[in-house]
Design a protein around this ligand. Structure first.
Ligand code: ADP
Ligand code: MG
Length: 240
């Protein structure tokens, strides 16, 4: 699969009179695992939803693979998103949850079967196809949500605090799984989190966001060693 870049150029977005994204400039490299770190309310989800096409900017441009995708509706963007609240269909089996997007795209049955099987295997849930979401643990449910997203073979993977509902031990394990999966697939990934350790231990590069402004972008060690201001220093932990 082709690895693509994602670029935000001078993006601004307001809800009413409140500006939530203030001149966002970001270039995420093809195949990169990029973490977007910031406190609650800083605008992370708003930015992610904008990349997915659920939010529209007031000004600025969004490029994927060098193409301005501003006018492209969400279902045509080839972007997959995973949420904190897994958002699985409770009345459907694991298999049907994962197959849903492929059935919607009217793929042939044999292809659906092959792709769902492969996706479930990738997340280690081959044996769980017949279960329903409420018969699974939180970690397993999040793996189903991941499988459902990667099965459509998106070029960009957006993860909005996907591990926040899990307990600490599982979170540490799952973030390693996530990273391993991303490495295997090579999908350009934006991983949103408010947990600095989660960002620092996974990301190729990361951005620290506060109040709708990207404060700094760099490798985890770069931000840790050379924070550009007090907020970044506090947030990535050098001043704790
Ligand atoms: P984060 O994901 O970093 O916690 P959000 O992007 O969810 O932050 O929110 C950023 C700001 O935008 C917050 O102040 C929030 O209250 C506001 N906001 C988010 N969604 C909406 C909306 N649909 N309408 C109005 N304000 C919103
Ligand atoms: Mg959020």
């Amino acid at each position: 699969m082709k690895k693509v870049s994602v670029e935000c150029r001078n993006i601004r977005l307001s809800y009413g009179r409140t500006e939530v994204l203030k001149d966002i400039n970001l270039l995420i490299e093809p195949g990169e695992f990029f973490a977007l770190l910031g406190p609650s309310g800083s605008g992370k989800s708003t930015l992610l939803r904008l990349v997915a096409g659920f939010n529209q900017q007031n000004s600025g441009q969004l490029f994927v693979d060098g193409q301005d995708i501003g006018g492209v509706p969400p279902h045509k963007r080839n972007i997959g998103m995973v949420f904190q609240s897994y958002a699985l269909w409770p009345h459907m089996t694991v298999w049907d949850n994962v197959a849903f997007g492929l059935v919607e795209r009217k793929l042939r049955r044999a292809e659906i079967k092959a792709r769902v099987g492969a996706a479930l295997e990738l997340v280690g849930l081959s044996q769980y196809g017949k279960r329903r979401p409420n018969e699974l643990s939180g970690g397993q449910q999040q793996r189903v949500a991941l499988a459902r997203t990667i099965v459509i073979e998106p070029q960009v993977l957006l993860l909005d605090e996907p591990l926040s509902n899990l307990d600490k031990n599982l979170r540490v394990q799952m973030r390693q799984e996530l990273l391993a999966l991303q490495r295997r697939l090579g999908i350009t990934t934006i991983f949103v989190t408010h947990d600095q350790e989660e960002a620092m231990t996974t990301a190729d590069r990361m951005a620290v966001m506060d109040q709708g402004v990207i404060q700094q972008v760099g490798s985890p060690s770069n931000l840790f060693d050379f924070p550009c201001n007090r907020f970044v220093a506090n947030f990535v932990g050098t001043m704790n």
